[in-house]
Design a protein. Structure first.
Lengths: 266, 255, 236
């Protein structure tokens, strides 16, 4: 078989795979940490306190309205500029490493998007659900945890999946600050060999990753929303507030979360 | 909108000027490697490479225009016909020679290591450097040198020298490897006050090659011969030395 | 932050204000030059993807899948290096002419392909938002296909697609920053150059971020106005 393996893959295949694993780590860790931070920011955004609400709005606007690459530069080089300070407080060991800087900036960025995903999902739940829970004598807290969250989670599922896909793609900018993720290793292989086809292998890996995730998500979604199917072909048609994702319908054939515009499955 | 598109289109497509008597040459350079090639504050290309290129063009009676191109894409750009020759302190190495052709060298200086002033690195032996983080510009002989000679050192590769300088200053990396002239120039300037030269390194002929040459597309022997003749001519008539004295008080041509 | 930092932003030989402003112009020029590609390309892709013709539908679907799935940065590298190599080879077959694929053009092509792919999603959704009956009614009124499209369908399409397209414009604006990696002297690249010579990364990158934020806010305001205008007919 081995003679069918292109020589560039024979020489650089292991490196590309290592980079692929770094990409996976970056995306997984930042999406998980971003979900926690995003939930907090979402709570702030929906808070009745105007100051808290305003700060959350500003956070979301700043991180969603500006390029991730600029945010990464701010954190990477900004941290470096004050390295003396970070040394004094004992955090330089963390901030010195480019991987951690990328992880921090990706987490802060995805948290802003996820906060809006969560908010859209919670607001998509009809008011009657709150009233119904109150009529049953449930406390607000209990109503939120037991009635609202389980339903909102279904609305959030699709835009959340889209957000992961967008993070996979966005994570490629880490290579610009010497993180050897998939694109970083690819650029290295290219600059060593001047063999352009290495970009195609990397592109194929990214596509496989994104498509796999998209398909898993479709199956997951079909499974989790199976109880909604018999009643209404388009459960999401009812959603008044579209969960705000990055404005990009990264996966088609949406079911529970409303498709961006028409309120009907595409 | 129309203006934008028109401006965009003219910026994009440069068709060759009608054939003229003078040979038209497009020279690719990096513009981020002082003192060899860099942009001054008025956004003009300056440096030893640029002056040498101009002298060679004058010698060959060619009309030259410069194209700035990031280092890690400079060879692909030459091969994609974005320009006809690279004059950008490119070392003549075996690896590169497989994909482009080189003229004879026009200078040859050794690599060196720069470290923060308070660094406790004593020397540049592989043992002393083991476990530290070393920065280099990617796709350079210096990066290859570090990879081959310092196997236990973590190597970080940067797109431009500017980036490793920022990281050396902040202490994100412990040392940087580059051409001794480039590092000295930086360290002697205000910007490089953080750091010092630890030592120059003994070049490895296989890795570092035979000095810096001019890269052209494979098979263009006529152009190569012209460049070689021009290099020889400016070496002989004193033009080379004049330019050299403008930048350096020592011999950069090498033995 | 002290006053000295802000003097770094002045226009003139000592300040970086004029450099950043020149970069901002390139950022905006790239986004404005790319948007029509995304718009027209996206519409055509949507028509092709809805088409009954396999030879239109399959390539269009493949195109969108690829450019939606690839990181924009890798698309950019492939266009910048690969496309220009392919073009040089192709032209070399016929002529000595050389075509230069500049960073600006590479950015236009790469980001144009990406935004067209995402815009096709928006248009697909919008097209299915216009009921079939409208086509039939227009046909019954004796309108030609082109007149139907122009007078009946597109005005409604714009209304439905506008929020989605507004989002895509914001995404495009941010994606232009990636082209700085292949040396386009846009806002982010010039900021980097300023950082290199002033050693004030935190200040300058923060300024760049605030400039991007300001453009985003202005864009959002413009789109809100447009949306209100197209909604007018529907407000009772």
């Amino acid at each position: 078989m081995s003679e069918y393996v292109p020589d560039i893959l024979a020489n650089y295949g292991d490196d590309l795979f290592d980079g692929f694993l770094i990409t996976l780590q970056l995306v997984f860790l930042s999406v998980v940490a971003g979900a926690v931070l995003g939930a907090v920011i979402c709570a702030g955004r929906m808070s009745k306190n105007r100051i808290v609400m305003g700060l959350a709005w500003l956070y979301i606007g700043l991180f969603r309205g500006t390029p991730l690459l600029a945010q990464l530069f701010l954190i990477y080089y900004g941290a470096g500029q004050f390295s003396g300070f970070w040394r004094d407080v004992g955090l330089w060991g963390i901030l010195r490493d480019p991987f951690n800087c990328a992880l921090i900036s990706f987490t802060l960025n995805t948290a802003a998007y996820q906060a809006e995903v969560f908010r859209g999902a919670v607001q998509a739940i009809p008011k009657g659900q709150w009233e119904g829970a109150a009529a049953l004598g449930l406390s607000k807290r209990l109503a939120f945890l037991r009635v609202i969250v389980p339903q909102a989670a279904l609305y959030a599922l699709r835009p959340f999946g889209n957000e992961i896909i967008l993070m996979i793609k966005a994570s490629a900018v880490a290579s610009v600050v010497t993180v050897y993720d998939l694109l970083g290793e690819t650029r290295l292989a290219f600059s060593d060999t001047f063999r352009f086809d290495v970009y195609f292998y990397a592109a194929a890996l990214y596509l496989v990753l994104v498509e796999t995730l998209r398909r898993i998500w479709n199956v997951l979604e079909a499974y989790l929303t199976r109880h909604l199917k018999s009643r209404d072909e388009t459960p999401a048609g009812a959603a008044k507030n579209k969960p705000a994702d990055r404005g990009q319908a990264a996966g088609e054939g949406l079911s529970p979360a409303s498709p961006p515009i028409s309120g009907r499955p595409v | 909108m129309k203006v934008v598109i028109a401006a965009a289109l003219t910026a994009l497509i440069a068709l060759p000027a009608a054939a003229q008597d003078k040979m038209q040459l497009r020279i690719g350079t990096e513009g981020a490697y002082p003192p060899f090639n860099f942009f001054d504050s008025d956004n003009n290309l300056q440096g030893f490479d640029i002056d040498i290129a101009n002298a060679l063009c004058a010698e060959m009676n060619a009309e030259c225009t410069f194209v700035a191109q990031d280092w890690d894409g400079i060879i692909p750009a030459l091969r994609a016909n974005k320009f006809d020759a690279i004059i950008a302190s490119m070392s003549i190495t075996e690896e590169r020679d497989k994909v482009v052709d080189f003229t004879n060298k026009y200078y040859n200086t050794p690599p060196a290591l720069a470290v923060p002033k308070d660094s406790d690195l004593a020397d540049a032996s592989p043992e002393a450097l083991s476990g530290i983080i070393l920065g280099a510009q990617s796709a350079t002989t210096h990066a290859n040198y570090a990879e081959a000679k310092f196997p236990d050192t973590e190597l970080r590769r940067y797109g431009t020298p500017e980036e490793y300088k920022l990281d050396l200053e902040s202490g994100r990396i412990d040392a940087a490897i580059d051409d001794v002239v480039v590092l000295s120039e930086w360290i002697e300037s205000e910007d490089g006050a953080c750091c010092k030269i630890l030592t120059t390194l003994t070049p490895d002929p296989v890795i570092n090659g035979a000095g810096a040459g001019i890269a052209i597309r494979e098979g263009e022997t006529e152009l190569r011969d012209k460049f070689n003749a021009a290099i020889e001519a400016i070496r002989a008539n004193g033009v080379y030395d004049e330019i050299r004295q403008k930048y350096f008080d020592f011999d950069v041509y090498g033995g | 932050m002290d006053g000295n930092l802000f003097s770094l932003l002045s226009f003139g030989p000592d300040g970086w204000g004029d450099e950043l402003f020149a970069g901002l112009q390139i950022t905006l020029a790239l986004a404005l030059a790319t948007a029509p590609i995304g718009l027209v390309g996206g519409f055509l892709l949507a028509l092709a993807r809805r088409s009954d013709n396999v030879f239109a539908r399959v390539p269009a679907t493949a195109f969108t899948t690829v450019f939606k799935g690839l990181p924009e940065l890798i698309t950019l590298f492939i266009v910048y290096y690969g496309f220009s190599m392919a073009l040089a080879w192709f032209l070399g077959l016929f002529t000595d002419a050389h075509v230069e694929v500049s960073a600006f053009l590479a950015g236009m092509i790469a980001l144009g392909a990406v935004s067209a792919s995402f815009a096709s999603e928006v248009f697909m959704a919008a097209l299915s938002g216009v009921p079939r009956g409208q086509y039939e009614a227009a046909h019954a009124l004796g309108l030609s296909r082109w007149a139907t499209l122009r007078k009946i369908i597109i005005p409604q399409l714009i209304r439905i697609a506008l929020p989605g397209l507004g989002n895509l414009w914001l995404v495009l604006l941010k994606d232009t920053a990636l082209v700085s990696v292949i040396a386009l002297p846009d806002l982010l690249r010039r900021t980097f150059i300023a950082v290199g010579s002033t050693k004030e990364p935190f200040f300058f990158f923060l300024v760049a971020i605030l400039i991007y934020f300001a453009i985003s806010l202005v864009s959002m305001g413009i789109f809100a106005l447009l949306e209100r205008r197209y909604e007018k007919a529907y407000i009772r």
